[in-house]
Design a binder for this molecule. Structure first.
Ligand code: TMP
Length: 208
């Protein structure tokens, strides 16, 4: 499904440090001479970056969870067609900062029945998973304080508060236990160098 390249994703709650780790891994692999596409969701293609602005800025109740499922999936479809699949077809390593697991958690856990809706739409419109997903696990209070400290304009989900972050963390850990071949869980409370070393170790079988 994912061509000749390698598709890696990073997941975690807000402020988990996953974006730093995704960037560090991209730099490390490039220094080894590998061709890497470092990308993110929502976004990663011009159209999907426009959708990013729609979903991440504004009031927390700007969109319903159902509408968000459609917007995030639309962004993902564009990102997949224009960025991810061409890179994988060209044999590159794609490092994606969030992918479908984020929709499973952030939208799927917001009300009963939404998780099934996310999965159904994913099967219809996306139909692929990363070869490996690195989950950076982080205490929700620490993560939220770190995310809030950034003072950006993309605070719609951070505005949902610590309770949402707590449910996301539990949900991500549950997802990882249910998909042990794809997921590796790493303790994000360590210093960034130790987390980066754990990330490399978690990929040693597929990126020797
Ligand atoms: P980021 O801070 O990692 O760039 O992610 C932006 C926010 O978007 C984060 O709060 C999680 C949220 N998000 C979803 O709610 N659903 C999704 O499918 C994705 C990819 C992100």
């Amino acid at each position: 499904m994912t061509g000749r390249g390698l598709f890696l994703s990073f997941e975690g709650i807000d402020g988990s440090g996953k974006s730093t780790q995704a960037r560090t891994l991209a730099d490390t692999l490039r220094a080894q001479g590998r061709e890497v596409v470092h990308t993110r969701e929502p976004g990663g293609s011009p159209g999907a970056e426009e959708i990013r602005r729609l979903v991440l800025e504004g009031d927390p109740d700007r969109w319903s969870a159902r509408t968000e499922i459609l917007l995030f999936t639309a962004a993902r479809r564009d990102h997949l067609e224009r960025t991810i699949l061409p890179a994988l077809d060209a044999g590159k390593v794609v490092i994606c900062d969030r992918f479908a697991d984020s929709t499973r958690m952030y939208q799927g856990l917001r009300a009963n029945g939404l998780r099934e809706m996310v999965d159904t739409l994913h099967d219809l419109m996306i139909g692929c998973e990363p070869d490996r997903t690195i989950l950076i696990d982080m205490d929700p209070a620490t993560g939220l304080a770190r995310a809030k400290g950034r003072q950006g304009s993309e605070e719609r989900f951070e505005d949902f508060g610590e309770d949402l972050q707590r449910r996301m963390r539990a949900g991500f850990l549950h997802l990882a236990r249910a998909n042990p071949q794809r997921f590796r869980v790493i303790d994000g409370a360590q210093d960034t160098g130790a987390v980066a070393a754990d990330v490399r170790a978690a990929l040693s079988d597929i990126l020797p």
